[in-house]
Ligand binder design. Structure first.
Ligand SMILES: [Zn+2]
Length: 115
């Protein structure tokens, strides 16, 4: 495998060219992202600020370690055990999370069960 190096990418949202640094690549790899972010740092920060959202758990399989919530804006959001902070989500409960778009659809990050 070739060593990591800074890469120039084009932001998927604003089309700005930006440097995807080795530090960011390492951080995203630690967080388990399968593909590099395609948003520039500015859009990423904006997304982080804007995307703290709520949803209702449709189902969550404790043994498999994942499930889905219905986002307040209607779409399905994937919940993985590695993103659950504190209590395990259960069907019908409200969860708060940061919404992130991935190659495989919407995913909930830093999931917290409300109440
Ligand atoms: Zn951008």
């Amino acid at each position: 495998m070739s060593p990591l190096r800074d890469r120039e990418l084009v932001c998927a949202r604003c089309q700005t060219r930006f440097l995807y640094t080795v530090a960011e690549q390492r951080q995203h790899a630690r967080e388990g992202h399968s593909a590099p972010y395609v948003l520039c740092p500015g859009c990423r920060a904006l997304q982080h600020l804007l995307r703290r959202r709520r949803g209702v758990v449709k189902w969550y399989d404790r043994r498999k370690g994942y499930g889905f919530a219905q986002d307040e804006q209607g779409g399905d959001v994937f919940i993985h055990v590695s993103e659950v902070r504190g209590k395990v989500p259960r069907r019908g409960q409200t969860v708060e999370y940061r919404l992130e778009e991935t190659e495989r659809g919407s995913a909930a990050k830093e999931v917290v069960v409300q109440g």
